[in-house]
Design a protein. Structure first.
Length: 224
């Protein structure tokens, strides 16, 4: 049976994408995996078949793809390396947070050895989250999530502190950073348009209209 170090970068990326989709939707449909990784459905089918043979995933027609226990363990290891890489890029190399995700996608495959990962984590001060606020899995695969809820679900007038942003597309992160909608910022709901319309939020004294799709990837905790 292959060890994590023997898996290709492509397989690691698939495991990471499936894990993210499972967290959001309970399972990963092939169409969603294709969209997440920007590949064709034909490519997805062949790769998923290969991953099933390696006992990394289970694929049920019309129900989607789920990680096996082994697949999940490896996915968490990849995510751990990815988010530590993002920290390295932003905290040490001063890369913009909007560029860190894509750069870390390449770097994560080069630091698979625990003799590199563990000293890196220590050098970074053992951070709990990536620059976007998402939790960094421990060496044993434990994920500690801070209690939070989607910004779009806050009531009119309710305030919260941004905990994390779950969509790490560069354009979106750039946009949110320009508005000050980053982890640690206080945000308040000023208006909520009916029929799934835009939400008006206040952050750092300024008001902005956000689409529900944007407000659904920003997670906040109750403002104490």
């Amino acid at each position: 049976m292959s060890s994590p170090k023997e898996l290709s970068a492509t397989i690691e990326e698939y495991l990471e994408a499936i894990y993210r989709l499972e967290e959001k939707k309970g399972s990963a449909r092939t169409g969603d995996i294709a969209k997440e990784l920007n590949v064709t459905l034909g490519t997805i089918t062949n790769t998923i078949e290969s991953m099933e043979k390696q006992r990394l995933v289970r694929h049920k027609p019309y129900r989607g793809v789920n990680l096996t226990r082994r697949g999940r363990q490896i996915a968490l290891d990849v995510i751990r390396r990815h988010r530590l890489s993002e920290r390295l890029l932003t905290d040490i190399l001063s890369l913009e947070w909007s560029k860190a995700h894509d750069a870390a996608c390449k770097l994560e495959h080069a630091i698979a050895d625990k003799d590199i990962v563990e000293p890196l984590e220590k050098a970074l001060g053992k951070p709990k989250t990536c620059p976007h606020g998402n939790p960094i899995p421990s060496a044993s695969g434990e994920v500690v999530e801070e209690k939070s809820k989607i910004l779009a679900n806050l009531s009119l007038g309710e305030e919260g502190i941004i905990v994390k942003v779950t969509n790490e597309k560069p354009e979106l992160l750039q946009y949110l950073a320009a508005l000050g909608l980053v982890p640690g910022s206080k945000v308040q709901i000023e208006e909520k348009a009916p029929f799934n319309g835009p939400i008006m939020v206040k952050v750092m004294g300024a008001s902005y209209a956000l689409g529900r799709n944007v407000a659904s990837v920003i997670w906040v905790k109750k403002n104490q």
